[in-house]
Design a protein around this ligand. Structure first.
Ligand code: ZN
Length: 249
C-alpha cells in the first residue's frame, strides 16, 4: 500500500515533508524522534506530514474523552471532525485512497501509546460493522482497515465479525436530527451468534472490548454497537478517529 505514496511528501498539502517535524511532534506530545530506529510510526508520520499541517491538525487531546449519560461507555476521539481530517477521511472512504489508512493508523497508535495506555493488552478491538449492502458498494469497511493496522502495531486481538449489523440503515449523516438518528439505528447491531464461545472467554478473562469507528457525530452508532455487549455485561469502551460530538462542560 505504501508504494502509492510519494516519498517524503505531505499527504495533506503535497509539499515536501519532514523539516522541523520532530520539534512539532514533541510539542504535540506525540513523541520524540531521536534516531531512526526509535519509533517507526513517528518516522512514517514524519515522511508524510509537513510541520505546518501537523501544527494545524484538529487534535483533541488532552480532552479527548467523553461518556454517554446513563451508560459506562467511554469514548475516546483523536480528532475533531474538521479540515483537513474531514477531507482525508472522505478521500479515504469514498475515493478508495486506502493508503491513508496507514497514516490514520500511525497517528492513532502514537496517541494510543501516549495517552490511552489503559487500553491494555487485555483489550480486543471490534470495528463497527457495515451492512452487507454498504460493504458491497464500498468494497471495504473503512473502520476495520484502520483498526486492523492499529491492532497489528499494538499487538492487540481484533475480531471484525463479533458484531453483526442485522439490517441496512440509512446513512446517519442523512438523518435530520438526533431522534431520527436514534430511530434509524435502534437495535441495528447484534452479537454474532457464532461467537458465543468467544463471548464466554471475554467474560471469563474479563477482557475489554474496544469498539472502533472512523467518524461519529452524536455517538449514536457507537452506542448502538456497544449496547448488545454492555447488555451482556461485557466491559466495553470506544475509540474513534474523529468526532463532531461537542463536550458538555
Ligand atoms: Zn502539509
Amino acid at each position: 500500500m505504501l508504494n502509492f505514496l510519494r516519498a517524503e511528501s505531505c499527504l495533506i498539502c503535497n509539499l515536501s515533508a519532514g523539516n522541523n517535524f520532530s520539534r512539532q511532534s514533541e510539542l504535540l506530545r506525540l513523541g520524540v524522534l531521536e534516531n531512526k530506529k526509535d519509533n517507526p510510526h513517528l518516522l512514517f508520520l514524519k515522511r508524510h506530514t509537513c510541520k505546518d499541517c501537523l501544527v494545524h491538525l484538529p487534535l483533541l487531546f488532552p480532552e479527548n474523552t467523553w461518556c454517554f449519560e446513563h451508560t459506562d461507555l467511554e469514548v475516546k476521539a483523536l480528532f475533531s471532525y474538521k479540515e483537513p481530517i474531514k477531507q482525508l477521511l472522505l478521500s479515504y472512504k469514498f475515493h478508495h485512497n486506502l493508503y491513508l489508512a496507514n497514516w490514520f493508523a500511525a497517528i492513532m497508535f502514537l496517541a494510543w501509546q501516549r495517552f490511552w495506555l489503559q487500553l491494555s493488552k487485555q483489550s480486543v478491538i471490534v470495528p463497527v460493522p457495515l451492512g452487507k449492502k454498504r460493504l458491497r458498494q464500498r468494497g471495504f469497511n473503512q473502520a476495520a482497515v484502520i483498526a486492523e493496522i492499529i491492532a497489528e502495531f499494538a499487538n492487540l486481538k481484533i475480531v471484525p465479525d463479533l458484531l453483526i449489523r442485522q439490517r441496512e440503515t440509512a446513512r446517519q449523516t442523512e438523518m435530520r436530527n438526533k431522534t431520527a438518528r436514534q430511530t434509524n439505528l435502534k437495535d441495528a447491531f447484534i452479537i454474532n451468534p457464532e461467537a458465543s464461545n468467544f463471548i464466554q472467554k471475554i467474560k471469563q478473562d474479563n477482557l475489554l472490548i474496544i469498539i472502533f469507528d472512523d467518524v461519529t457525530t452524536t455517538g449514536t452508532t457507537i452506542l448502538e454497537a456497544a449496547k448488545p455487549l454492555l447488555n451482556t455485561g461485557i466491559k466495553t469502551s470506544a475509540v474513534v478517529v474523529a468526532t463532531e460530538h461537542q463536550r458538555k462542560s
